[in-house]
Design a protein around this ligand. Structure first.
Ligand SMILES: Cc1cc2nc3c(=O)[nH]c(=O)nc-3n(C[C@H](O)[C@H](O)[C@H](O)COP(=O)(O)OP(=O)(O)OC[C@H]3O[C@@H](n4cnc5c(N)ncnc54)[C@H](O)[C@@H]3O)c2cc1C
Length: 459
């Protein structure tokens, strides 16, 4: 142990390494429902070369290594299930380049959403990235490592679809460039015409390598952002409403949410529709298109637009801070969500399941669905709040989430940011040849099984 500690200090300096119990306590857990597990060391590198040396050491000594951004995935993805090293990436937080005309930014692997947002606002106010509603301290690389979604996901797909180039430290220590940076200085593309190697790392939850640099697409930041909210009490109409809206191809983000508190929300499904433009004329034109597209539901008295003036400020926040407040509804503060990716037609069945689970397990729910890529699919979040000091409630939430995942798999959905148990359930259901392929990839990239072990563990 002492030799390893000394080697780690040699690599990053004594300020970047700890095995102090109070630090290990902190890095043993995340805010979700899974039980904690201590790492042996916490290491915070500052450069790709330091990451490389740490990974080489871990590979040589067969020590588990868990890349960590802000540890806010909620599903225990950075809990070091088998001990070892937590690689805290937060000191690698530089914005290396913004290419204005090609609209991309190159950032280090620990750069947070908030840092990039603030930088763009100051230096490139006409550019933006797809910001998730996660706290601004969460990191961009971690978000794409779990196929996150953000404010531009309806228009442009998963945030991981917006990554075009990466620098990866492989589990065996090689530094590898993916996409156009493998051929030249420009980070504009993951390479149509090249085999797309980005899939070996995106969605793998850090189990195939460490993202040390990455390029993220930027998009025009229009002068005006607007929001409308359509409400219906007919759950069976929600897929059709979403279909009509996505036909317009003008919406940056669409969320459908329902929750039992406060009372005025009960029984209603709220479709929040975000759009933008550079002029008032453009906004009013788009607003008319949105209203017209849903006129038939107004005529049939199945729904209507709600006046959102009083909550517009909150709705237009990026990230939307109110979401975190749900964690404290039962006081004692926490929430976790299972978020299957599924087809829009299944909205009514998922909605019924959430309400049924909340009732049966006597817990509080809030649910929302975010459309992806103009409606090709959606992320349906099944969120339950808990009071951390109430073990009975924690247990009930955990069981309800497990049941939600079983349901999602039965419905043909894909668990999103699955915890290690949900990953096992997913692999059990997977086509055996697809599973073999996963196994081949994992074994070849990570022969010693050191990267975030317990996650996508197919060996
Ligand atoms: C209130 C709230 C709202 C949220 N809203 C959203 C939302 O709108 N959209 C959304 O997508 N998510 C959302 N989340 C979930 C989550 O917080 C985000 O996905 C967030 O981006 C995770 O980032 P992180 O830095 O905390 O990740 P971490 O938990 O630190 O890491 C997540 C995974 O990525 C891996 N990883 C981390 N860094 C690297 C790296 N450099 N290289 C390789 N692998 C790495 C980790 O090993 C882990 O498997 C929300 C969470 C909360 C609490």
């Amino acid at each position: 142990m002492n030799d390893i500690l000394k080697s780690l200090i040699d690599i990053v300096g004594d300020k970047g390494v700890s095995n102090a119990p109070e630090e290990l306590w902190f890095y043993a857990r995340d805010p979700g429902v899974l039980s904690p597990h201590n790492p042996d060391y916490v290491v915070a590198p500052k450069t790709t070369e330091q990451v490389q040396k740490i990974v080489q050491l871990a590979n040589r000594e067969k020590i588990p290594i868990v890349p960590m951004g802000n540890g806010m995935a909620l599903t225990g993805l950075v809990i070091p299930l088998k001990g070892g090293i937590v690689l805290d990436m937060k000191r690698m937080n530089k914005i290396l380049e913004v290419n204005e005309k090609a609209r991309y930014a190159v950032v280090e692997g620990g750069t947070s959403q908030g840092v990039l947002k603030a930088y763009l606002q100051e230096h490139y106010p006409h550019l933006r990235h797809s910001i998730p509603d996660a706290p601004p301290t969460t990191t961009i690389a971690a978000n794409v490592a779990l196929h996150g979604q953000g404010r531009l996901t309806n228009q442009y797909g998963f945030n991981s679809d917006m990554v075009t180039g990466m620098e990866i430290v492989l589990p065996t220590g090689e530094i590898c460039l993916i996409g156009s940076p493998s051929l030249g200085p420009y980070w504009f593309s993951k390479g149509p015409t090249l085999p797309d190697l980005s899939g070996l790392f995106l969605g793998w939850l850090g189990a195939t390598g460490v993202i040390t640099k990455m390029e993220l697409r930027l998009y025009p930041n229009k002068k005006i952002r607007e929001v409308e909210m359509f409400v219906t009490d007919k759950v069976e109409l929600v897929p059709e409403i979403l279909y009509k809206l996505t036909h317009l191809e003008i919406l940056e983000d669409v969320n459908v949410w329902f929750q039992p508190k406060p009372l005025m929300f009960v029984g209603n499904f709220h479709v929040t529709i975000y759009f933008n433009g550079d002029t008032e004329e453009e906004i009013e034109f788009k607003r008319k298109m949105i209203w017209d597209s849903l006129q038939e539901f107004i005529d049939s008295k199945d729904g209507g637009f709600m006046n959102v003036q009083y909550m517009k400020g909150m709705l237009l926040q990026m990230p939307q801070r109110g979401i975190a407040d749900f964690a404290d509804v039962p006081k004692g503060g926490g929430f976790e969500y299972s978020g299957p990716i599924t087809i829009i037609e299944h909205f009514p069945q998922y909605a019924a399941k959430v309400v049924e689970l909340a009732k049966r397990y006597d817990i509080l729910y809030a649910s929302s669905a975010r459309l992806i890529s103009g409606g090709h699919c959606m992320m349906f979040s099944i969120s339950f709040a808990f009071n951390r000091s109430n073990p009975g409630m924690m247990k009930r939430v955990k069981e309800a989430l497990d049941e939600a995942t079983t349901f999602a798999l039965e419905m043909g959905g894909i668990p999103w940011k699955p915890n290690f148990m949900e990953q096992k359930m997913t692999m059990k259901k997977m086509d055996p040849n697809a599973l073999n392929l996963l196994q081949m990839i994992k074994k070849n990239l990570d022969p010693e099984g050191i990267m975030n072990p317990g996650n996508w563990e197919v060996n």
